[in-house]
Design a binder for this molecule. Sequence first.
Ligand code: PLP
Length: 733
Amino acid sequence: MEKIVRKMPASFILPRRINQLSRLTYNLWYSWNPEAQQLFANIDKDLWEKVYHNPVVFLRKVDRPRLNAVTNNPYYLSQYDRVIKAFDDYMNSQDTIWNKDYPNDKDRQIAYFSFEYGLHEAFPIYAGGLGVLSGDHLKEASDMGMPLAAIGFLYTNGYFAQHITEDGWQDARGVTVNLNDLPIIPLVDEHDRPVMIKVEMPGRTVHARLWEIRVGRVPLYLLDTNIEENNPYDRQLTERLYTSDLELRICQEIMLGVGGVRALRALGYKPDAWHMNEGHSAFLVLERIRDMMADGLNFEEAGNQVRATSVFTTHTPVPAGNDEFPLWLMDKYFSTMWADLKLDHDAFIDLARVTQSWGGEAFSMPALALRFSEYRNGVSELHGEVSRKMWAFLWPGRRVEDVPITYITNDVHTGTWLARRMRVLFDRYLGEDWVNRVDDLTMWQQIDNIPDDELWAVRQHLKRKLVAYTIERARQQWMNGSVHPVQVVASGALLDPYVLTIGFARRFATYKRAGLIMRDFDRLLHLLNRPNMPVQIIFAGKSHPSDEPGKLLIQEVYRAVKNARNGGRMVFLEDYDMNIARYLVQGVDVWMNTPRRPMEASGTSGQKAALNGVLNFSVLDGWWREGYNGHNGWAIGDDLDYENRDQQDEADAESLYDTLENEIVPLYYNNRSGDNLPGEWIARIKESIRTLAPQFSMRRMVKEYASSLYVPAIEKASLQMPEETESILVPGK
Ligand SMILES: *Cc1c(COP(=O)(O)O)cnc(C)c1O
């Protein structure tokens, strides 16, 4: 093993008293610690906003006099000392949950693979929910001291920025990130040469260099093929997320799976358990088998060993959403692989052969992952059920309920999504160490200690912050001169911080039914403008650039938003990302979600909202089906699946209007106390936080991954040869 060096980028020129700021900059720890973010914001608030909360760019641009000024401010310096100490304590602590729960597994290694990571808005290597889940998972693994290392791509073109034209069409604008602006650390060898890995592809070898990003204690290694050793085609492999070009996509997934295994090896890792988060990285099982066969195992033995130590999480509730490749592409890219695995063409394709709806055949990434993982899960109870049904054909002869796919419901990382002011409240009333007990139901009983007026004051503050932010964005657009006046209204110029506010923000795919609330438009208009009890709705979300029906849906919503009859009470916020998500899930009163059951595998944005005292109003799908208890929010529709879509839409819309008109809006406005507090609403907020915050905390989720998937896999890894588990290597066997 050659020596690996983390080549820290040239540091910033800072006053000596505060020169540890540069250390904070190169660790994403700041992204879930508001006090650390304040250390930057308190130097120059406007610049902090302008650089989109990116400390690397901030420290490069900030004026020297401002830096000097804070070194004379005792308040700033005490905060600085406190944060640096907290950071060092965090990084050095051995007293971790992992070490306590698994003292014998301190030196084990867990490898985690994902196509995208949503860590922070200034680091656009994510598209949506899957990425945010992976990012939150790494942060929690760090908090728990779990020995996990992650693999992903350094997308230089990130995901697109969204602009909406006057007629409501989504204009996808490419973004290019400058590598110097990111908190990434190049890995080099002792001769200062970049650490590289290579992967053979037909007629060429593709190289990737490795970068590291520190997520607290957890390293995330990013592969980057945009280097001169590669031809122009291969240089774009790690450029863009979710390309629709299938050949580019298979090259990407080979790089992620095969290249990722080689990257870990090059860095000296010998993982005991391997987690594939969604099927994009499933080729890693083939590379691991090839490795073991080179060491003398036969295919069956190697396959068993790989399976015993692999974990696969599926996130997709519909067959069409799954990643699969046409056989001609498999033939083109894998003919050397099947020879290495001592399989013939058909036996190789049989590892993951599926029949498509139109009768053709394809190679399915989730099928490959399912075959070679002993630990398989969906991401909510209902999604587990749907997954067992969907993949039952891989276990012929079994009853659907015996298909070995379990579920672990998705959750969110508390530190990342909790508003600072809310955290201050929790610090004061939940006891010193509440952060260490976020998944403890008993601890959350103390939510009743928070006086109603204080809780309500924070809720009001967060809504004003959201409204001020929205209006400021509208002002900027207006001043840029790039929009029509009606778009200024559509962007939220007429929002009112004292009106009951509903948030609806998510990917615009048709099954999310953004238009459901507009099914009876006159009824909606009446609701928005009722005397003494108005309502406003904020929409946000992107469509995948090649999802035409999704883009048409944005257009439909935007038309309604522009309609003067709504009085400016319907708003579309452009360019949904983690920053806007934070404003919304912290600032609105009600979080609405209207997926067509059972298409929302889990969903997590409503969990972020609940944590901040926002009430959920959603279809009983994904996580909400498990979270809703009758008193902690509201349900839309019943716990039922419909055969007929139109009937389902009609029934759900009726239920939605009814509940809004007769329950939600009156509860918010009526029965106010003398000091104008909505007592029953606040009681519901407390019930919501008390029941949902612990159950849907990333702490609970990652603990469950550890106890039911990772640790059993680790234990299998330490056996020389795993006992014969039921073999599904050969389909039908
Ligand atoms: C949390 C989050 C998501 C996932 O939310 P859903 O509930 O699955 O719609 C998507 N995008 C961003 C930016 C998020 O923060």
